[in-house]
Structures are given as structure tokens and as C-alpha cells.
Write a protein that binds this ligand. Sequence first.
Ligand SMILES: Cc1cc2nc3c(=O)[nH]c(=O)nc-3n(C[C@H](O)[C@H](O)[C@H](O)COP(=O)(O)O)c2cc1C
Length: 337
Amino acid sequence: MAGSQGAALALAVCAAGGVGALPAAMLAPDALAAELQRLRDGAQGRPWNVNFFCHSPPVPDPAAEARWREALRPFYAEAGLDPASVPAGAGRVPFSHAVADVVEPFAPPVVSFHFGLPAPDLLARVKGWGSVVLSSATTVDEALWLQAHGADAVIAQGLEAGGHRGMFLTGELGTQMGTLALLPQVVAALRVPVIAAGGIASAEGVRAAMALGAAGVQVGTAYLCCTEASTSAIHRAALMSEAARHTELTTLFSGRPARGIVNRLMRTLGPLHPAAPAFPLATAAVAPLRAHFEAQGSGDCSPLWAGQNTSGCRAVPAAELTRALAEGFSPAPPAGG
Ligand SMILES: Cc1cc2nc3c(=O)[nH]c(=O)nc-3n(C[C@H](O)[C@H](O)[C@H](O)COP(=O)(O)O)c2cc1C
């Protein structure tokens, strides 16, 4: 979960029997190498996962950037910031041969991708060093595409999920399905294993996913308040509050639809503002607003990523949550027993 964790949370999940994941989309090469070293050393032979984005970087468009800053103008004025002084920036880089040069010596047991798969030569390189390759699908068509293009297993990401939608064949939000609808249709269509994601926060949720044919589950939101997560105090407070009952898909923080708790920026501009530039370019203009309001203890301009089911969010060690979820892989105890 980019921005909310590093190797510490992943290692805690691994130690408890899960496959902990390191989000790498926002890490510079040196930081990535250091985190991979920590993971490989700490995992002690247990499986672990590193995650990358594989979007096509957009060509920066100064006119679009100006329209975006204009839309944000009331917030800049309130914060006393000059929009012209805010640097543009890429924010997140896609997986590339240069990134693969950093990763290859560590040969991660599992490499996962969001927004499709890398180009065939790059994917072949990842598979060549022995990694199992996963990627997220948000529709049956995307799941079939991932299987046909070399994914070893597919994550069926239901609409409930927190953070970015992994959608890559379509930008049409009307195609997106909840986990209960998406999962069995993806399972029926594929021959590779399917991992369920979106709204799973308890052993009962895991059992439901397994009953629908999942080979495993991917859980994000429920880990956000764990001791080892780097989730900010403002984000943690929002996750634990009644505000967490209202999440929306928003493009305001990156340019791609992602699910987060509704805050003042989302209420004021609307969560899907037409001026938000292409992913990941929307991020740079919001960053100083986020920093300004967070310095005052407010999440008004922060991406408060969360899925629709925050009932699993508790300030406990990740091992405790992982073991509680793992009970879902055993048969349910008899009723009343
Ligand atoms: C804060 C946060 C950040 C996320 N970042 C990533 C990411 O960097 N890469 C990715 O593949 N998925 C990311 N996801 C999505 C998760 O992998 C997963 O699909 C989702 O959390 C499952 O649904 P849930 O949040 O209801 O558990 C993120 C989710 C959250 C909540």
C-alpha cells in the first residue's frame, strides 16, 4: 500500500504466515534497494511480494496543469500559497528495465503489478529470475487479458477496495463490480488461480471469498491501522471515525480513480473533477495543500485511502490481524460451538 507502509508491515505479515507486500511505485532506486534488502533478510526464506505500477506515463500538458491549479485556487488562497510556485512532478514511476536492474539481484518470490502488466520483454525478464507474477483485474475482460499475457495468478479487485482501482482496459467506472459479483465470474472464466480483493476484513470475509472459488485473498484497508503501518495519525483517526462510512472513488489526488474517505477537497470539487490531469500528474499540485493542512492537523486535502469496509481497522500488531484472517482458511466452527 504505497504511502502507508514499507518493509516493516510486509515482514510482520510474512512472519505470521501471510505473503507480505512492499509497495515500490513511490520508491527511488536507493530506497527500493534498501527495502528489498530488509525484506529478503527478514523474510528468512518465507515468500514475499514486491508491487509496481505499470501505467504509461502521460506527456505533461501545461494548459491542463494550469486548469487544475485554477480549480484548486480557493484552497491555495486559503493556505496562503502561490500556485505558480508549486513544482510539477511525476509522483510515481512505472516499472522499467532500470527498476528491474535494482530488483533482479533480490529475485523476489512474488512480483505484483497494478494497471496491467509490463511490456513482454520486461515481463519475460521478471519471470526469468523466477518470480511468480500477479496483477489486478477489475473486470472479467481484464482478468482474461492478464491470463493471456502471462500472469501466473490474477487478483480480482472488487469495487469495495481501498486505494487505486487497478483498471487498465477501460476507464468506464460503470464496468466496475463489487467483489461478490466479480469474483465468481473471474473464477469461472480463468484457469489460473484467482485472489479475491476488496472488502475482506475478517475470517468470515475470507471464508466467503474461498466459498466463491478464490485461491487466496488480498487485504489492504484492514492493515492500515496496524502498529507497523506508516499510516499518518490524521489518516488513522479518519479510518477509526464515522467519516470512514463514506468513501468515494476520486481522481483528485493522482488523476486515476482511487477509493478514499470523503474529505473537504472531495466535497468541494466533487470527487471526479474534469480538470484533474492524467495519472500521476494530479498529485504535484495537491501536495503542498496536503502538507499545509496536515501541519494544522487537518486531512482536508489528504488522500485518506480506505476501502468500503473499515471494520477490521484496529491498532494491533499485523501478526494478530493476519492470524485472525487466516482462521478463515479453516472450516467454520459449528454454530453455537
Ligand atoms: C492505502 C492503500 C494503498 C494501496 N496501494 C496499492 C498499491 O500501491 N499497489 C496495489 O497494487 N494496490 C494498492 N492498493 C490496493 C490493494 O492492493 C487491495 O486491492 C485493496 O486494498 C483490497 O481491498 P480492501 O482495501 O478493501 O482490503 C492499496 C490499498 C490501500 C487501502
